[in-house]
Design a binder for this molecule. Structure first.
Ligand code: FES
Ligand code: FES
Length: 161
């Protein structure tokens, strides 16, 4: 058996030091070692987007990264974005517009939607669909999700106007 590897990283603003098996992926590290279970695991093949997290400011698939690759990195999970209030308006829009049913896709969907809204203040519906196209939802049919993201963009634009 391969010896655990020491890593040190920032997760949601807190320093984490750990020893991890070299093959442990980031999603399992977050869920099983740090108990940050908001990062969901669906396909484990980089397809469904349920495991989306932020790594040094960019969204990545946590199932496709090894925990050892995050040594020295800043990781933000849905818990971090939620606790900081960064996506409070987006979460409210998802609730108001029934943009979630089982909720399994929702953390990854919120991470991806916020990533888009940080880059574009007024994305078209096509752009929203395009940006979320790597996040699968088996329940909603996507229409309500696009509505929620579009409504949040409008509200944010009004707030800065
Ligand atoms: S679990 Fe990572 S993309 Fe599906
Ligand atoms: S709400 Fe169930 S998978 Fe999206």
């Amino acid at each position: 058996m391969t010896a655990p590897v020491p890593i040190s990283l920032d997760v949601n603003g807190e320093r984490v030091d750990a020893h991890v098996p070299p093959r442990l992926n980031l999603a399992d590290f977050l869920r099983e070692h740090l108990h940050l279970t908001g990062t969901h695991v669906g396909c484990e093949h980089g397809v469904c987007g349920a495991c989306t997290v932020r790594l040094n400011g960019e969204i990545v698939r946590a199932c496709l990264m090894l925990a050892v690759q995050t040594d020295g990195a800043h990781v933000q999970t849905i818990e971090g974005l939620s606790d900081s209030g960064e996506i409070a308006d987006l979460q409210a829009a998802f609730r108001d517009r029934n943009a979630l049913q089982c909720g399994y896709c929702t953390p990854g969907m919120l991470m991806a939607a916020q990533d888009l809204l940080k880059q574009h203040s007024e994305p078209s519906r096509d752009r929203i669909r395009d940006h979320l196209s790597g996040n699968y939802c088996r329940c909603t049919g996507y229409q309500a999700i696009v509505d929620a993201v579009e409504a949040t963009a409008r509200l944010r634009k009004r707030a800065v106007a």
